[in-house]
Design a protein around this ligand. Structure first.
Ligand SMILES: [Zn+2]
Length: 242
């Protein structure tokens, strides 16, 4: 049986990510919302690839996006088994998941976990059914609310989303994981919408693998004492609840 596939980024017949699109995903500088590690900017071809996964049902591309995020995490000094022992994701609304048949953040999280050799578990439930797209910034900042599973207690969690705009969704997720007793939380997204937050300085250079690295360690993975000693990245303000 022959499977005809299309590139998630440009629609060309062939592999799920053609060579030009694969190259377009690397070497991109990215600014990230505070407290979030992002691999690429949500523009151009990377944006097309993510939308291809989300709306074009190009599920196999999640493996490539997971690899991109793993590169970013490794470049930032995140060590599997040391800084992170479990991977989860910020779930989309139940309505969206039902309509689409899958949760793109879950697919990416599972790909990341596989590549890091770590377990991936559903640790968060979204309260309510409101999706993020189309809502005002103020509304996004105050919502959504998540519930965390009690099994996060004492775990070093990596929580993943596909796209971070203000970073509010991931910070909210981080906050409830924290409240439920996670020992540390690192927030990461494949892409960050550019121009929203510019608080993280970006370094570009030959050593800055793919893509450019953000100065400072992942803030969420550090102890409170360490954070106050070396405040390299501003600690995100506590998320407001509605
Ligand atoms: Zn392509």
């Amino acid at each position: 049986m022959i499977f005809v596939e299309h590139c998630a980024g440009c629609g060309t017949r062939g592999p799920v990510l053609c060579r030009p699109c694969r190259f377009a995903l690397v070497g991109r500088a990215s600014s990230s919302p505070p407290g979030v590690l992002a691999a690429v900017a949500f523009t151009g071809r990377p944006r097309d690839v993510l939308l291809g996964l989300k709306y074009g049902n190009c599920r196999p591309v999640a493996r490539h996006l997971g690899g991109l995020l793993v590169n970013r995490l490794v470049a930032a000094g995140v060590r599997a088994g040391v800084d992170v022992d479990i991977v989860t994701w910020a779930p989309t609304s139940r309505r969206r998941r039902h309509h689409r048949g899958f949760d793109q953040a879950e697919l990416i999280a599972r790909a990341v976990a596989r590549q890091l050799g770590l377990p991936c578990r559903r640790l968060l439930e979204r309260e309510g059914n409101d999706p993020q797209t189309g809502r005002s910034r103020a509304d996004r900042l105050s919502n959504p609310a998540f519930r965390a599973a009690p099994s996060v207690t004492g775990r070093r969690v990596l929580v993943i989303d596909d796209v971070a705009t203000t970073g509010a969704t991931l910070r909210q997720a981080s906050s409830v994981l924290d409240d439920m007793g996670a020992s540390s939380v690192i927030c990461a997204a494949v892409a960050a919408t550019p121009g929203r937050q510019r608080t993280c300085q970006v370094i570009q250079g030959p050593w800055a693998a793919t893509p450019a690295a953000v100065v400072g360690e992942p803030q969420q993975a550090r102890s409170p004492a360490d954070r106050s000693r070396h405040p390299s990245v501003p600690r995100p303000a506590p998320a407001r609840t509605a």
